[in-house]
Design a protein around this ligand. Structure first.
Ligand SMILES: [Zn+2]
Length: 161
């Protein structure tokens, strides 16, 4: 299967079977430039454990990836490589354009005229919604959400006046 560790190019890198140019490494993750960059200094942040999808990565590692992504973004901005903005990109699942089935998080610089980006037609690719639709969807997702915002963000919860 495509998710199997046996044919995983990132496990080959992590386990020393393929060459890699390491930017950062700790017990949980490794950061390296991709061989197919959108622009120079395009980095991948990859958990060391073979985890095909986001749901397979534990919460602590996920938070760590985000923390490191902030640091990597700052380093790219300070670098000599052209960077007017930064994209973070995560493809979770084939329909979302995931191509390597070992979870990875992209951090890459962008600049005007780099020719990259989502291509879409605003009139065709966006669904028209009503407040009723949005209320319905919000409620559906709220009921499936595994966290309680009151528990997690007590200090930031706006007080009712
Ligand atoms: Zn792997």
């Amino acid at each position: 299967m495509k998710e199997d560790k046996e044919n995983c190019i990132f496990c080959d890198i992590i386990e020393g079977r393929s060459p890699v140019s390491i930017v950062y490494e700790d017990d949980k993750i490794i950061v390296f430039p991709t061989i197919e960059p959108v622009n120079a200094s395009h980095m991948l942040i990859v958990p060391k454990i073979h985890a095909p999808y986001l749901a397979d990565v534990d919460e602590e590692t996920t938070l760590h990836i985000i923390k490191i992504a902030r640091e990597v973004s700052e380093a790219i901005r300070k670098s000599k490589y052209q960077c007017e903005g930064i994209n973070w990109f995560l493809a979770d699942g084939e329909a979302a354009e995931q191509e390597v089935f070992h979870f990875h998080f992209h951090v890459y610089p962008r600049f005007k005229g780099d020719g990259f980006g989502f291509k879409y037609d605003r009139s065709k690719n966006f669904i028209r919604t009503t407040r009723q639709d949005l209320d319905y969807i919000a409620n559906e997702i709220k009921n499936l959400l595994q966290i309680n915002s009151k528990e997690h963000f007590t200090s930031n919860t706006p007080k009712k006046l």
